[in-house]
Design a protein around this ligand. Structure first.
Ligand SMILES: Cc1cc2nc3c(=O)[nH]c(=O)nc-3n(C[C@H](O)[C@H](O)[C@H](O)COP(=O)(O)O)c2cc1C
Length: 207
């Protein structure tokens, strides 16, 4: 397979428009979309070919309510780090689309997978989590090619989430994803647009 310059341009355009989405329409996603998302995960690289990602689709409304409460508590706690106007500013941010997103996935990393037989992770066990993160990013990109948005929610108490889902602690929460059709498209990060954190530059050093 030989790719073309137009593929590079399309890929850059895709990266430019990827964005973290917190505002969703509640329309359900067709099955073929979900199967493409799963395929994107399945095609990810992983240390020792360990494929340590473990995915739980949240369908139960009771569990969703517990996760919304978990996020609410974690977010309230996080806001205590700030004072005065900065706290007001933090509290005005929408940092999750947990109520609206029609597809929600809790993605874990198995910290001791049998697959891979330990290859590549003896000195850097965190490479298991890196592998899951890459899989998540692949899902994020393929979702965007189908005009679907993904929002990563990390403002959660991971231990409580494991308990809610009755998941053994040997699976470490790596990402909680809200997925659905975005309420609108934008090529600029929401935190940049709201003025919370502008995109910085000069992240590439040469020595
Ligand atoms: C590991 C990780 C965790 C994140 N957690 C949250 C979160 O809890 N809530 C949120 O609103 N955005 C979250 N984000 C999204 C970032 O805020 C977002 O990627 C960043 O502001 C840049 O915006 P962009 O993704 O649209 O380029 C997370 C992103 C990453 C990579």
């Amino acid at each position: 397979m030989k790719f073309k310059k137009s593929d590079t341009d399309s890929m850059l355009e895709l990266l430019r428009w990827r964005r973290d989405v917190r505002h969703f329409k509640s329309d359900p996603l067709p099955d073929d979309v979900i199967s493409n998302l799963m395929q994107a995960i399945s095609l990810a690289p992983s240390v020792g070919n360990s494929r340590p990602w473990r995915i739980v689709q949240i369908k139960s409304e009771t569990i969703k309510e517990k996760i919304i409460a978990n996020h609410g508590e974690a977010n309230a706690k996080a806001s205590q780090k700030y004072r005065d106007e900065e706290r007001d500013e933090y509290q005005s941010l929408k940092l999750a689309g947990l109520r609206e997103a029609p597809l929600q996935l809790a993605i874990f990393t198995d910290l001791d997978p049998t697959a891979g037989r330990g290859l590549g992770r003896q000195t850097m066990p965190e490479t298991l989590t890196y592998s899951t993160v890459i899989a998540v990013h692949q899902l994020w990109l393929i979702a965007r090619t189908m005009n679907i948005g993904v929002g990563w929610v990390s403002i959660l108490n991971a231990e409580s989430l494991n308990a809610t889902l009755e998941i053994d602690p040997s699976w470490k929460l790596t990402a909680y994803l809200c997925i659905g059709y975005p309420a609108y498209d934008d090529d600029t990060p929401e935190l940049h647009r709201t003025g919370w954190q502008e995109n910085t530059s000069k992240e590439w050093l040469e020595k």
